[in-house]
Ligand binder design. Structure first.
Ligand code: 6GU
Length: 266
């Protein structure tokens, strides 16, 4: 996978991506990363790349021509028309499925905006995808580009070791991860759940699955609608819905009862 980032802050991208698993994958040659400074393509000669918005309003807009010239410098090198991701809060919300799809590309170009955004005409001309990383506003597209590159890189063959690939497996089938524990057995009065010390693999797997279901129900109940649930999962959730000890708040119980009715019909 070859990443190309069009940005006003190339050092932010290069320094941010050069650590840990992604840094190791770049050293191995599984990933390459180049950052192109849009300012180097200023058309006024003085390094300016922004101007006032037509129609008035606050802030400045990045001009079309410097962005386009920076883009052309890339496509001439790449030799074909690549996918170009523009990072914007007006985009589609990025998720694991999109990460898997982007990971199939040979090259990915990320276009990072600043100020009040980029002249719409150059976006029409070059952008193929518009992505947001969530419902909040950031000062620029660099952090979102790094978020997307990190998530995509994990899906590129060879980037994760076998051990690392197992991680987050449970997010893949639509549930949140179960809790993890390491030594010591007791830390400041808090004990590791005994089942994890039992050595009984079947019971451990069962406990972890239940913890995933319980966490998902508590924190992200809407994920359960799409999650792959087998009969054993449904039986556990039935038990929670009927639990006289009221492990769940009333609202969660009602949600669960409706969900189970829906899953039974399906
Ligand atoms: Cl992609 N850009 C900016 N500026 N803010 C965001 C975002 C992107 N995604 C969420 N907030």
């Amino acid at each position: 996978m070859n990443y190309h980032v069009l940005t006003l802050f190339p050092e932010m991208i290069l320094e941010g991506m050069n650590t840990s698993i992604i840094g190791r994958a770049m050293a191995k040659g599984l990933l390459t990363l180049e950052a192109v400074n849009i300012r180097d393509y200023s058309v006024t000669g003085n390094g300016r790349i922004d101007d006032y918005p037509y129609g008035g309003g606050a802030g400045m807009v990045m001009q079309a021509e410097p962005v386009y010239r920076a883009y052309l410098s890339l496509t001439e090198k790449i030799g074909y028309v690549p996918r170009v991701v523009y990072l914007t809060p007006q985009g589609k919300v990025f998720n694991q499925e999109i990460a898997g799809e982007l990971a199939q590309e040979k090259d990915l170009v990320f276009l990072c905006g600043h100020y009040e955004g980029i002249d719409e005409r150059v976006l029409e001309a070059v952008a193929t995808d518009f992505l947001s990383i969530g419902d909040y506003v950031l000062t620029g597209g660099e952090l979102p580009a790094m978020v997307v590159m990190d998530a995509v890189s994990r899906m590129v063959p060879g980037v994760l070791s076998n051990q690392e690939s197992g991680q987050y497996e449970s997010f893949q089938d639509g549930l949140l991860e179960y809790p993890q524990y390491s030594r010591p057995e007791e830390w400041r009065g808090r004990k590791v759940p005994p089942v994890l010390l039992s050595g009984h693999h079947g019971n451990v797997a069962c406990w972890r699955r239940e913890q995933s279901l319980l966490r998902t129900l508590r924190v992200r109940p809407e994920l359960l609608r799409e999650a792959e649930l087998d009969r054993k999962d449904l039986r556990y959730l039935e038990g929670l819905a009927q639990d006289p000890e009221m492990v769940l708040e009333k609202e969660k119980r009602e949600f669960l009862i409706k969900l189970l009715a829906m899953k039974k019909k399906a």
